[in-house]
Write a protein that binds this ligand. Structure first.
Ligand code: GLV
Ligand code: MN
Ligand code: MN
Length: 414
């Protein structure tokens, strides 16, 4: 392949730095929860860059920000690039953002080089990929593929505000979903560049990798109810303490998910709260989240059943009751063989031999794979650290990943 143009790494670096200022935390991370004031400010900034890159910009009814550059055939299926710009609480500056900034860079480079292409290109910043604010993620991409549920749309945050409320206040109309849903055949291919968020590319001394598949996350919410009481007066053997019960369940989760060291099963309790929440009060209720993932859906679901059994056993023994809710159950996803081959060709022409690897993190690509061919490029990140202010990917590596994204895009838009 004759690569006729080069992306502008300095421009991407400057944009990433500017975006990193929105919701910047004292630790130099970002706190830009979906549909927060910071997220909306970031959407405005990114919309400006999409325009600068030569795209028409709109927002669909699920809050997805979409830039579009027409090709010579407006009816031809779209080549879509994207990722997200929302973050987890006190997260990193590269998670999601490099896929959006990289997508914009690809389009701007194509425009500046006056390359004629047949297929339209769209760059999407998907709404609420991360999910911690409203207890479920992949929101905009789920909407785009026509799988939105009323439950997801109306799920409240801790202040009682839902994504529905936020979208309505932005002048969007999530009840009017039909214009925002994309049908199979409308999207030729979906390409997402993302930081690896794991340690393998660094260990292999490779700036860029090609993703073969994405593990399926399931999100549970567990509430254990016991008996609130006085921390000083209730004897230890008369307590029905849900915090001690939660401690046992959490250790059981660690054991269940780690029981087969050759399997990629992982389980995490990332959020916990005790009610009413006082230093001298035995809690009446303890609530915690569970994030559990595997590339094998059956094995992941078997782990969920084992967790449920552990909850039942602990509750029975301790006189507690439980509510277990599954908020999310995403399927593990395979990337398209054709797209992986195109990425390999693109990387090869640039002198790169990217290793193939699985994604433990979830991505909007999982949803898009239901209606289009899908592929992902991973960019090495320092020590595999992510969902942490220390997250870092170098300008050189991001530029290399974006060159592969550009060359793959050029193959598909012809
Ligand atoms: C998104 O970052 C996820 O995998 O939770
Ligand atoms: Mn991400
Ligand atoms: Mn993330």
């Amino acid at each position: 392949m004759n690569q006729v143009c080069k992306v502008n790494g300095k421009r991407m670096e400057a944009r990433l730095a500017e975006l990193g200022e929105i919701g910047k935390t004292p630790e130099n991370g970002v706190h830009r929860l979906a549909l927060s004031a910071e997220d909306k400010q970031a959407q405005k900034l990114v919309a400006g860059w999409m325009k600068e890159a030569g795209m028409m910009v709109r927002q669909d009814h699920f809050g997805n920000l979409i830039g579009r550059k027409e090709g010579t055939d407006p009816q031809a299926p779209v080549v879509m690039l994207g990722s997200h710009i929302d973050s987890v609480p006190n997260g990193g500056r590269y998670d999601g953002t490099i896929g959006v900034i990289g997508g914009i860079e690809v389009v701007q480079t194509i425009c500046e080089a006056n390359i004629t292409h047949t297929h339209p290109i769209e760059v999407v910043a998907f709404c609420d990929e991360e999910g911690p604010r409203f207890y479920s993620g992949l929101f905009g991409s789920t909407g785009m593929i026509g799988k939105m549920t009323q439950e997801k749309l109306h799920m409240p945050d801790d202040e009682g505000i839902s994504r529905y409320d936020e979208l309505r206040s932005m002048g969007l109309d999530p009840d009017n979903q039909q214009d925002s849903v994309r049908k199979p055949g409308e999207i030729k291919v979906y390409l997402e560049m993302h930081i690896e968020q794991g340690p393998y590319l660094q260990a292999m001394n490779a700036p860029v990798g090609i993703v073969t598949g994405i593990a399926g996350p399931a999100w549970l919410n567990i509430k254990l109810h016991g008996m609130a009481g006085h921390a000083g007066t209730v004897p230890m053997n008369m307590r029905r303490d849900p915090m001690s019960g939660a401690a046992e369940v959490i250790l059981a989760i660690e054991k269940i998910c780690g029981s087969d060291p050759s399997a990629p099963t992982v389980g995490t309790v990332g959020k916990i709260a005790a009610y009413p929440g006082g230093q001298n009060v035995i809690p009446g209720t303890v609530e915690f989240s569970v994030d559990i993932r595997d590339t094998d859906e059956g094995r992941r679901d078997a782990a969920i059943s084992q967790i449920q059994a552990a909850v039942d056993e602990v509750c029975k023994r301790r006189g507690l009751t439980a509510e277990v809710k599954v908020n999310e159950r995403a399927k593990p996803t395979l990337c398209s063989e054709q797209v992986m081959a195109a990425m390999e060709r693109a990387a090869g022409a640039l002198g790169l031999t990217p290793p193939k690897l699985v994604s433990g993190a979830g991505h909007d690509a999982m949803c898009l794979a239901e209606i289009a061919d899908m592929g992902m490029i991973f960019v090495r990140c320092l020590d595999g650290i992510s969902h942490n202010p220390k997250e870092y990917a170098s300008q050189e590596d991001i530029t290399a990943g974006t060159e592969v994204l550009l060359a793959t895009t050029l193959e598909y838009v012809k």
